[in-house]
Design a protein around this ligand. Structure first.
Ligand code: ADP
Ligand code: MG
Length: 245
């Protein structure tokens, strides 16, 4: 469904490659969580998959359209347009005015059914809404836009704890219902352990942990934390060593 072979990516001015020989295949309907320290290359990996960036080398195969929630939700929406306009546009493949009318009722019904009071804002420009509300809307847009591959970049980071749980539950239910092949970046290790069939951890541009199946189901947050610290400590030691030389 999605496969990356020997992907590398550097940015000018950044000393080390940001992605180093990444190999990753997700099969259809696989739900994979992605964790790793800030700067480890998670967002860059998603941007390569979505086509926002080109890799320097390697190749990528995508077997289906992509839907995504980018880390900066303002970039994935049109803040000056209303919530309803944004949501209708996210479903559009060919721009036609009748399209907007056709989807309007269905979108409003869907928002009401979530029962979180968002329907009050359908005619408000997105820029008038809070960051958390915008993240929720961006997620609804991504999940309902018809793509078979779903990329989520910290899509619950601006939400309060109650909304975080609500949106994660909605995400998981939708991923399963629509059989979406999903790659979900999160800093919430609880969520990373609890949800999905597979977990990968990135460290300095490489995939350093990849667990699936029974191992994933039995993974405990404590052992994930230990792995996380082991990689971070190793690189601190390494950097310390270089300073001495
Ligand atoms: P993460 O999402 O894991 O926090 P990113 O993929 O956003 O990490 O970034 C990884 C590294 O690549 C960082 O050091 C970041 O500064 C650098 N980087 C990301 N995007 C760019 C860019 N467009 N230009 C230059 N450097 C970038
Ligand atoms: Mg990021």
């Amino acid at each position: 469904m999605l496969s990356l072979n020997n992907i590398t990516k550097s940015f000018s001015g950044v000393f080390e490659p940001v992605l180093k020989d990444i190999n990753l295949s997700l099969c259809e309907g696989e739900f994979c969580t992605l964790v790793g320290a800030n700067g480890s290359g998670k967002s860059t990996l998603l941007k390569i998959i979505s086509g926002e960036y080109y890799a320097d080398s390697g190749n990528i195969r995508r077997n289906g359209d992509i839907s995504q929630v980018v880390q900066d939700v303002n970039k994935g929406t049109i803040p000056a347009m209303t919530m309803l306009e944004n949501m209708a546009l996210s479903r559009m493949k060919t721009p036609r005015f009748s399209f907007y009318k056709r989807h309007k009722n269905e979108i409003v019904e869907k928002i009401k059914s979530l029962n979180i009071g968002l329907e009050k804002f359908v005619d408000q420009p997105l820029e008038a809404l809070s960051g958390g509300q915008r993240q929720t809307i961006a997620t609804l847009m991504a999940i309902n836009s018809g793509g078979k591959i779903l990329l989520l970049d910290e899509h619950t980071s601006a939400l309060d704890p109650k909304m975080q749980v609500m949106l994660m539950k909605y995400t998981v239910k939708s991923v399963r219902e629509h059989g979406l092949t999903t790659l979900m970046i999160t800093h919430n290790l609880d969520d990373a352990v609890k949800y999905g069939d597979r977990l990968i951890m990135m460290h300095k541009g490489r995939i350093v942990v990849d667990v699936k199946g029974r191992k994933k189901a039995e993974l405990k947050i404590q052992s994930l934390l230990e792995m996380f610290h082991r990689f971070e400590d190793q690189s601190l030691l390494h950097e310390g060593g270089e300073d001495v030389n």
